[in-house]
Design a protein around this ligand. Structure first.
Ligand code: BGC
Length: 763
């Protein structure tokens, strides 16, 4: 399937239109389908309605016990009849332990449709799935980087194109709804789901969330090549105090609004049709019962009109785990009254029965039920499910096509971040003899991470034979006889480190592939952020060889590598780059492509030194004392190239900004090296004095540009007062008069925002 004719075409498109502004998605249309919904609702009984609000796992329709199927899903006619006809269940999800062919998905979906057509209302079932870096539960689907990798591209147009692949291949699998994108900010590398998000910055994450949502939903989500997006996990999920999945977070409302809400808000404005709720608790309140967050903010302020689904089993957890309800029924009443529309139950049939009782006993008002059912029906109508759930298989000729593979390859290439390149050791010469070693060298798993074919992403057997590991890709590029391989160690145990060190003596350079295996959710909880000793020891042993040592880090979150950074001549980060990762890494190692990825999060230098790039001055106790200074290993936004860029002076269109005015910030960038390269020009602003201790800097704009050798481009950003706003004491966005410092690379300039008073914004 290797094919490059599309490359030139794709590069042309991207280099000409990277990060352009796009028009808002018209999927968000108040009042659309109102009459049709009213007609359907008029014919619905309470049983029909509570059924609509129920989402069950496919296990509940299959032979065997949920959570415990010992073979691939085989639908059980009795269960189909009971769940879909008797209980009128409106939504099914997932697959979990297996990936299926499109043909098998067709069988599943036609069977489900057959039964849902038997119920009086005939309302179609809404099937949802975690298609999060491609359609990762359909065999043969195109898998591209996970979200952290996408964010590292800083290329929103590319991300939209990749999202379109998921939409296309998911609909080609007859499924209209993906539980993606993750809008949670990854501000703590201990959190095991960091790689599922777009990194630590709200601006970058917002732009990326919009880009992916547009790719999924397009102009019209009922199109046979689009699906509904589901923003998750609303809100505050990603900052638990312990760093462990689904543990408590304490986030002041001010911070919630300034950091954690914006990506959700941006994607809601772009028309996202659904949202999934945070499983954890924030400030002591499980989000699933937090009416302020679920209704006042989400509906009242953000204007979200779509469907709010719980996360996995979360209503039951309200009494089994959070202990805010005495039993399932009370939990249901609390959650539905707070604003939940659909319960991802997922593995028992009690929810609709108990919800019906809640209504009959006056615990949940009928109006609340009608509101939720209206939202659910609107999503089903917007997806066109009432008209056509199935499109002919031949409508999807691009499924698993070279064209999609090429796009995934581009995504992988742009997501790779070159973190170190001492004395320009990279790119390596193609005539070099290479030792490839390390636990991630010869496996597809650490290239892809979780949610890949199976929930934990840990089944090597699912990968197609022609997908290349890093080792295989290097062998293919150089010829197998130039490449030797010794495993060295597993993720945490020594295997044959001495042999690797011996083998290093007879080659020209060593490529050490280290990092993390795949993990999903709590399975990725960590007790130590340091890269395991066995892997560090492998690097130590190889560095004694005096041969150039190139580290390829394939990992979902930045593991601490402080002690081995100095031993390495070059370091490339692959933040789960997908099935094309091996190929992309080889091509960057040997110079076929020039790296352009930039870190979407801060790479910490030590496990007790976890501060994001936009910390407060007080976070640096050692700000005036080098001894105590926290030094990230690599800064947010950092990433090298094989060429060099020189920045001109930073200039402004004026010395001051006024409340209604704009300020243009300009800088020129020249490619002073000998290769074509892409650079991400990043504009940071610092509020020098503010009523709330300000961040030392905040990303306020960025643009990815491509430059030929010797070429100069001028980049400009237009700033308004609202672009400098923060959330003040009264929880409102505001910009205060005073001085601001702008920074692009090392260039800095100060200007004043002149205003008689503080200016407030709706954001
Ligand atoms: C995860 C969600 C996912 C859902 C359905 C949950 O455990 O937190 O991200 O979408 O399962 O698989």
């Amino acid at each position: 399937m290797r094919n490059t004719p599309f490359l030139f075409f794709l590069i042309l498109i991207w280099s000409s239109c990277m990060n352009e502004t796009q028009t808002p998605n018209p999927a968000k249309t108040t009042g659309q389908f109102d009459q049709q919904i009213a007609e359907i609702m008029a014919g619905m009984t309470l049983e029909d309605k509570v059924g609509e609000m129920t989402q069950l796992s496919i296990d509940m329709l299959s032979v065997g016990e949920p959570y415990n199927l010992d073979k691939p899903h085989q639908l059980d006619p009795e269960k189909l009849e009971k769940m879909l006809v008797d209980l009128r269940v409106g939504s099914i999800l997932n697959v979990g332990g297996y990936a299926y062919s499109r043909e098998h998905w067709y069988e599943i979906m036609t069977a489900i449709k057959g039964y849902s057509d038997k119920k009086a209302s005939k309302i179609p079932v809404l099937y949802g799935i975690d298609a999060i870096h491609g359609t990762n539960y359909t065999l043969g689907a195109t898998l591209y980087p996970q979200q952290a990798g996408l964010a590292a591209t800083w290329n929103t147009n590319l991300v939209t194109e990749l999202g379109k692949i998921t939409a296309y291949e998911t609909r080609a699998s007859y499924i209209p709804w993906t539980f993606s994108p993750v809008c949670d900010l990854g501000r703590d590398p201990r959190w095991p789901r960091l790689w599922e998000g777009f990194g630590e910055d709200p601006l970058l994450a917002s732009d990326m969330a919009v880009a992916l949502t547009r790719g999924y939903q397009g102009e019209d989500p009922s199109d046979p090549y689009q699906v509904a997006a589901c923003l998750k996990h609303y809100v505050g999920y990603s900052r638990p105090l312990t760093g462990m999945d689904r543990t408590q977070a304490w986030i002041p409302e001010r911070q919630l609004r300034e950091y954690f809400l914006p990506p959700f808000k941006a994607a809601i404005d772009a028309g996202a049709l659904s949202i999934m709720i945070n499983s954890g608790d924030v400030n002591g309140i499980p989000t699933h019962i937090d009416k302020y967050v679920l209704t006042d903010i989400l509906r009242g302020e953000l204007g979200f009109e779509g469907l709010a689904v719980t996360d996995w089993e979360d209503i039951k957890y309200l009494f089994t785990r959070h202990r805010v309800a005495k039993d399932h029924k009370e939990a249901i009443a609390l959650a539905i009254n707070a604003g939940i529309d659909m319960s991802m139950v997922p593995n028992d049939a009690d929810f609709p029965l108990l919800l019906k009782q809640c209504v009959e006993e006056g615990l949940v008002p009928m109006a609340r039920i009608d509101e939720s059912v209206t939202r659910i029906l609107r999503v089903k109508l917007k997806l066109g499910l009432f008209d056509n759930m199935f499109y002919e298989p031949e409508n999807y000729p691009k499924f698993n096509s070279p064209e999609f593979e090429e796009l995934a390859y581009q995504g992988a290439l742009e997501s790779l971040v070159l973190l170190k390149n001492k004395d320009n050791v990279l790119p390596l010469d193609k005539s070099s003899r290479i030792l490839v070693t390390g636990p991630t060298a010869n496996s597809m798993i650490p290239l892809n991470g979780g949610w890949t074919w199976v929930w934990q992403g840990n089944e090597e057997s699912y990968f197609a034979d022609d997908e290349q590991t890093i080792l295989e890709a290097i062998q293919q590029l150089l010829g197998a006889d130039q490449v030797s391989y010794v495993q060295g160690c597993t993720y945490d145990e020594t295997v044959d480190i001495n042999e690797a060190a011996r083998a290093a003596k007879s080659v020209d350079a060593v490529v050490v592939c280290i990092g993390e295996f795949s993990y999903t959710e709590f399975e990725g909880n960590l007790y130590d952020l340091n890269l395991p000793e066995a892997q560090q020891n492998l690097v130590r042993a190889l560095s004694a060889s005096d041969k150039p040592v190139i580290l390829v880090l394939t990992e979902g979150r930045p593991r601490i590598i402080r002690e081995i950074v100095e031993l390495a001549d070059a370091i490339i980060l692959s933040a789960y780059t997908g099935n094309q990762g091996g190929r992309a890494i080889a091509s960057i190692l040997f110079g076929d492509h020039n790296p352009s990825g930039k870190l979407p999060y801060t790479y910490p230098g030590a496990a007790n030194a976890l501060i994001p790039y936009d910390y407060r001055a007080t976070d640096q106790y050692g700000i005036d004392n080098e001894k105590y200074k926290i030094r990230p290993q690599f800064e947010f936004g950092y990433g090298l190239s094989y060429t060099t860029f020189e920045y001109g002076d930073l200039t402004l269109s004026g010395n001051t900004l006024t409340p209604d005015g704009t300020l243009e910030v300009r800088i020129s960038v020249t490619n002073t090296g000998t290769r074509t390269g892409k650079e991400v020009v990043q504009l940071y602003a610092a509020d020098l004095v503010a009523s709330i201790a300000p961040s030392v800097r905040r990303l306020r704009g960025y643009e990815k540009i491509s430059l030929e050798p010797g070429e100069t481009k001028s980049v400009s950003f237009t700033l308004q007062a609202r672009d400098l706003a923060f959330v003040g004491l009264d929880n409102k966005w505001q910009t205060e008069p005073g001085s601001f410092e702008l920074q692009i690379q090392e260039k800095k300039i100060i200007f004043d925002f002149e205003s008689d008073s503080v200016i407030f914004f709706e954001k």
